[in-house]
Write a protein that binds this ligand. Sequence first.
Ligand SMILES: [Mg+2]
Length: 209
Amino acid sequence: MSKKDKKIVLFDIDNTLIDSEKIGRLCTKKIVQACNTSNEKFEKILNRYVKSLNSSTDFNPDELSELLTDNFKVSSILLKKIIFEKKDSYYKSLFTETVEVLEKLKKKCILGIFSEGQKKYQITKLINSGIFKFFDNNYIGIYRRKLKKKVIDSLPFGAIVVDDKKYVVEELLKRKDLTVYWLDRQKSDEGLGLNRISSLNEVVKKVLG
Ligand SMILES: [Mg+2]
């Protein structure tokens, strides 16, 4: 199959390929230790930082590190090492089916990313969890606001997109050429009529038949 005949499948990152809350929990443990503080004191700084953001997708670990350095007199180099270089927090946070699904799809499709967030941190998640190798560099899209019209307009014609957020799916469906799957791991009652799946395994079935 030539490259131009292959289907393009674009994945959101957070809570689609990887359990972001779990990354947070695992990193937090190490950070609290490094800061030589309590969970409560750490949470206070974290919550204050998160509240200051316009959107949770603006989360920037470098900024958080600076705040922690100021508050706990801990080396920011050490904190950044914990956040960006300790790989176990990332690969332990992949959903159980993620790697197998990407392996299967990669044989027949071009895989890409359609994600929102700080580019450096999102790429760190892909590299440290070991899944970066599955994606075609030409289709790695990480945006501060991925639902801007010009961003949606730039998605490849006829692509398949997988995202855990219902409002993202609804917005993308305005482009009639796209096939969009809503990954609803909680199996909520809402969203009937949307292309709803509860695990990434279903993407393999739907795309490869
Ligand atoms: Mg997501």
